[in-house]
Design a protein around this ligand. Sequence first.
Ligand code: PRP
Length: 204
Amino acid sequence: MTSELVNEVPSAAAQNAVFDPEAWYAGEIERTIITEQELRAKVAELGARVSADYADTADELLLVGVFKGAVMFMADFARALTVPVKMEFMALSSYGSSTTSSGTVRILKDIDSDVTGKHILVVEDIIDSGLTLSWLLKYLEGLRPASVSVVSMLRKPGVQRVDIPVKYVGFDIPNEFVVGYGLDYAERYRELPFIGVLNPEVYQ
Ligand code: PRP
């Protein structure tokens, strides 16, 4: 029995190959801009800040994650908090091309619970044009919560087309096409544990 289990454990060489960013999508990722370690440290930092800010909130904080990109960050961030939370997820469809959003948003999956009087923290992976978030904030504010704030792991400064208040930002990044840690191109690369710049040859 024991030897069977041992035999199922991948060799050290195999594990290294799986977790070696260079081995992933060879040639498709131009370079890493945020490493897995840097992401982990930032999640811990954001978790500590948010926990301190909501420590005295009597009611549970409600995290609202936006599918699909925010799933990785949501899972890590929720576990970095030291205050109790509830979690909701929304799926939105933005009418636009594969690389830009238009600001016209349709709800594919709404939140399931009544958020009246709740403190909401929207959990996003990236703020690009800001149009998705701008629409979402207006929608959530219409549900009469006690408050709505935003935490986003990434933001591209200078490209927002609307002015949106974002209380917690992980990293400001250059205006390049990035993938990994939830972010995709044509549904690929979401599983990468780091943020990388996609080689333009992939999408040109
Ligand atoms: C991405 C990302 C944000 C939004 C940001 O979602 O997760 O929600 O775009 O872009 P914006 O600031 O220009 O509006 P996307 O619509 O690509 O869906 P996905 O999360 O399923 O990949």
